[in-house]
Structure formats: C-alpha cells, structure tokens
Design a protein around this ligand. Structure first.
Ligand SMILES: [Zn+2]
Ligand SMILES: [Zn+2]
Length: 169
C-alpha cells in the first residue's frame, strides 16, 4: 500500500506500509516507512533460530515498527542479541542487538515477502551450509504436482492469512 500524504510538502513523500506476523496470527506487525538494507545471514545462530539454512532479514528502524497484535517473546541468543518469536507457534520474527536503533525482521514473516528487497548482502558466510550454493538447481514441483486432488481437497490451512484481520481465529 502506498499513501501520498496531502500535506503541504513540496515533494510528495511516499509512505510505504509493510504488514506481517507469525504463522498462528497471535503476533502481527506493521512497518511504516522505508526499509533498510536486506540480506541473508548464514551464521550458526540464525540456522538454529530459524531451523533452516540461515535467515533472510531486513533492517527496520524501531520507530517505524509497531506490534499491532500481541508481542514477540524474547530469547537471548548471545550476550548482546535478543531474538523475538511467537510463543504460541514458534515463528521467528526478529533479532536485535542491544542498543541498536534497528530491528532485523524475518523477511519470511512479512505478508508479501517478495516486496522486500532486492537483497544486497550475505553475512556470516563462515557458517554457510555446503549445499546452499546449489539450492536453485534442485528439481522443482508445485504443491499441486506433489499432492493428489483428494489430498488438496483435505488441505485446509490453519495459518493466519497474509493480511490483517479484525478477529482471529
Ligand atoms: Zn504465532
Ligand atoms: Zn546470523
């Protein structure tokens, strides 16, 4: 969503909104304003925190971030970093270094993750898993190709939808 305020500013200021949240919907957030740099982190702590090859993260100023439903729980993964996650469903949501003005938000938790980016850097590459570089070469299948029509008919998502809701569930 792009809003152009009708204030007396000489140049219209484009204010972008980005919403997102955890898988179960107990924690939702809204980013108002520009996003900072985005990239991926291969460090061993991000691998553990995300249960994955690492993490895709985007930097967001704390003053532009609001928690619109619930609050993330925090786990201190090191003496200087806290990581936020949903205590109900476990979705990783952010990491933040003590005293930093910015949150590093999990790009996959945004409602429209493809709007974030382009990604500009890889960090923590000493932890990169050996198979990461060939991931894009893996054979590809859609969900419809891997499930029977009967399976698909039964597959009812319990995940919060990719937009804000007045009431949930
Ligand atoms: Zn949740
Ligand atoms: Zn990391």
């Amino acid at each position: 969503m792009v809003e152009i305020p009708k204030s007396g500013a000489k140049e219209p200021k484009i204010m972008e909104h980005f919403s997102g949240g955890c898988q179960c919907g107990a924690v939702r957030f809204l980013v108002t304003g520009p996003l900072g740099k985005s990239g991926i982190c291969h460090c061993r702590m991000c691998q553990k925190a995300f249960g994955s090859w690492g993490a895709a993260l985007v930097s967001v100023s704390a003053k532009n971030l609001s928690w619109t439903r619930g609050q993330p729980s925090l786990f201190r993964s090191s003496a200087i970093v806290a990581r936020g996650f949903c205590a109900k469903c476990g979705t990783p949501l952010h990491m933040r270094e003590d005293g930093d003005d910015n949150f590093e938000l999990a790009i996959g938790a945004f409602d429209e993750p493809s709007r974030i980016g382009p990604l500009t850097e890889q960090v923590g590459v000493e932890g990169r898993v050996s198979w990461f570089k060939d991931m894009h070469l893996l054979p590809e299948q859609t969900t419809a190709e891997t499930r029977t029509p009967q399976d698909l008919a039964k597959l009812k998502s319990l995940q919060h939808p990719d937009h804000d809701t007045d009431h949930w569930p």
